[in-house]
Design a protein around this ligand. Structure first.
Ligand code: NAP
Length: 204
């Protein structure tokens, strides 16, 4: 079985994330994609954790119409920082060691992987899909692959995959800034997510 894991803060989830997951599903012949909103991201401040439940619910709303998209509370419910290695180990226990995992996230996040907890073990447990927007400079990812190959003693070329997604011109940061300054977010996020944001007065 091949399963995609969409790791992200999803603050908020937007169409760029949804297109990324759909593209990975197709390109890598995945059976399903599990969105896993981080509970308490190790590299972020407390504000992300404070609205974890909202981030989770918006992810559920955004993915509900796709029968191959699922959302997990695994990181939202786990106490302490949300380390990817802990999530992967838990998923391996649930789905079995034979399942192949494809961890999908933004290329900028993957560039920081050397600072993550137990980098080498992460690479041994899954493929990483670095989602980029067109025009992204791939040089740093190539350097990262060299560093990781040196660190693990194995060629990691086949383990770090790059996927270009034009819709990633949309960003959560831009959406939050738009809301703060009263500009529209129509068509950047699913309508249900937009309604949820305004109903709960998020990002004002
Ligand atoms: P981030 O640093 O906020 O995101 C970096 C870039 O990647 C942003 O442009 C972001 O765009 C984009 N991005 C994030 N998730 C994406 C996704 N699933 N698909 C496409 N683009 C995505 O990263 P983050 O969201 O906090 O973390 C990404 C993942 O890495 C999470 O699963 C997190 O738990 C994991 N992580 C683990 C560790 C660790 O184990 N020590 C440390 C850091 C991160 P948007 O802002 O528009 O989403």
């Amino acid at each position: 079985m091949k399963i995609g894991i969409m790791g992200g803060t999803f603050n908020p989830i937007h169409h760029g994330h949804l297109v990324t997951a759909a593209e990975a599903l197709n390109q890598f012949s995945l059976e399903k994609v599990i969105f896993i909103p981080s509970g308490d991201p190790p590299h972020k401040d407390y504000r992300e954790e404070e609205i974890a439940e909202h981030r989770y619910l918006m992810t559920v709303i955004a993915t509900s119409s796709n029968s191959k998209f699922f959302v997990s509370r695994i990181e939202i419910d786990r106490k302490g920082k949300s380390y990817t290695i802990d999530t992967l180990k838990e998923l391996k226990k649930t789905y079995g060691m034979d399942t192949e995992f494809y961890f999908i996230t933004g290329a900028d996040a993957i560039l920081e992987i050397l600072t993550w907890k137990k980098t080498e073990e992460i690479i041994s447990l899954c493929y990483m899909i670095a989602a980029t927007r067109p025009g992204y400079n791939l040089l740093k990812l190539e350097e990262l692959k060299k560093d990781l190959s040196g660190m693990t003693g194995n060629n990691v070329d086949s383990k770090i995959l790059v996927m270009e997604v034009p819709a990633l011109a949309i960003s959560s940061t831009d959406i939050r800034e738009r809301i703060k300054s009263g500009r529209p977010i129509d068509y950047l996020v699913p309508e249900g997510v937009s309604n949820y944001i305004f109903k709960h007065g998020l990002y004002r």
